[in-house]
Design a protein around this ligand. Structure first.
Ligand SMILES: [Zn+2]
Ligand SMILES: [Zn+2]
Length: 181
């Protein structure tokens, strides 16, 4: 295990959320355009706590999506500043919790805080771990020409370049064709 389980899960969720943009999604569409799409994403990641289900919440989460994508790509020092700012702004208060079938992990917001704030703070807490471990370069964007998908490189030698093997294969075919002409 590279990071703790809750950190890896939080990073996975951030990547999934950020990858709903047209530049990164499988469909090429904005996959966070409707309330139903937000619900599906939250359910897929077993996201606990308050959900209002209105347009306000959807807009706030879409805004957070943009912020988190930017945060993902910062260098370590800038990321540290951004995380500090974000935790202060959200008045984050870390505590250990155990709920559903998930063993002790950190929450830094109340379960009834607005969804967008909880997503932001959970991401910030995961980044605290990544920054402390000096692993910001594990947070990557896919190397494929036409893909902006985010992923966490958990490979042993930090050598992963593509979000999926699909992108890897696609680029390998392209490179092969380029050599063949
Ligand atoms: Zn939890
Ligand atoms: Zn990709």
């Amino acid at each position: 295990m590279f990071f703790t389980h809750d950190t890896e899960a939080a990073l996975g969720f951030v990547a999934a959320l950020a990858d709903t943009t047209p530049e990164a999604s499988d469909s090429g569409d904005d996959e966070l355009a409707t309330q139903a799409q937000l619900t599906a994403l939250l359910d897929a990641w077993k996201y606990s706590g308050r959900r209002d289900g209105g347009d306000v919440e959807l807009d706030e989460v879409r805004e957070v999506r943009t912020r988190l994508r930017e945060l993902w790509l910062l260098d370590r020092d800038d990321a540290a500043d951004a995380v500090n700012e974000l935790l202060a702004e959200a008045r984050a208060l870390p505590r250990l919790v155990r709920h559903d079938d998930i063993d002790w992990h950190i929450h830094a917001t109340e379960p009834d805080a607005p969804l967008a704030r909880r997503i932001l703070v959970e991401a910030a807490m995961a980044l605290v771990d990544v920054i402390r471990a000096d692993q910001m370069d594990r947070l990557r964007v896919c190397d494929a020409d036409d893909c902006e998908s985010l992923y966490v490189d958990l490979s042993k030698n930090a050598s992963r370049r593509f979000c999926t093997t699909r992108c890897g294969n696609r680029m390998a075919v392209r490179a092969y064709r380029a050599r063949a002409v």
